[in-house]
Design a protein around this ligand. Sequence first.
Ligand SMILES: Nc1nc2c(ncn2[C@@H]2O[C@H](COP(=O)(O)OP(=O)(O)OP(=O)(O)O)[C@@H](O)[C@H]2O)c(=O)[nH]1
Length: 212
Amino acid sequence: MASSARRRKIAILGSRSVGKSSLVKQFIENQFIDSYYPTIEVAYVKSIVYKGNEYVLEIFDTAGQDEYTPINSQHAIGIHGYVLVYSIASKISFEMIQIIHEKIIDFSGLTDIPCVIVGSKSDLESSRQVNASEVQQLAQTLKAGWIEASAKNDVNVGEGDFLVSPAAPTSHSPLPLAFWLAKAFQLCVQEIEKRLNPSNQQEVKTGRCIMM
Ligand SMILES: Nc1nc2c(ncn2[C@@H]2O[C@H](COP(=O)(O)OP(=O)(O)OP(=O)(O)O)[C@@H](O)[C@H]2O)c(=O)[nH]1
């Protein structure tokens, strides 16, 4: 690992059984386990390359929360960003996102928390209880990124990519466009970097689109 790698600590929070551990396992170990084992607290480390820079992510998978679960210091001190997870098949788990966000704000005393809201179990479309529009609205209010993902089908969990637009260059746009397609954990890094290194995030402010 290059000594210039940036270390970022990420905590994953959300209601019980929404798929937090499954998202982490899919991201770190490329596997999905159907059985349910409640998490106590597990930490993982993974290196990724994000927009040409190396990052060492320390990811803290936490026990499921309810409205009475307090935020403890491990969830807040030294944490750079949060992945807040609900299940698209559970409205109650979605409502917990705002409650957890408020608890982090109260605990940390910060007003702006780098976080991404992840709608897990996106393969359960027929049981959907949360629409994209309501998540979008909440994400706007919390200044958060958001994405839907499925640990089961490995959708939006692995590493992000650049996608070069197939559109032929035109006189208005003489160069091909490249879009950064970030996935759940890269979106969290993106939210962190927006706050820590705002000068490097020009492309984020312009709709995640850069000219190549
Ligand atoms: N269909 C489907 N099921 C999933 C998905 N992700 C997780 N599950 C299932 O949901 C259950 C709970 O998953 P976990 O990853 O243990 O959930 P958790 O949020 O870590 O649970 P706690 O440790 O209690 O907080 C398990 O039975 C998983 O197999 C998914 O993407 N699709």
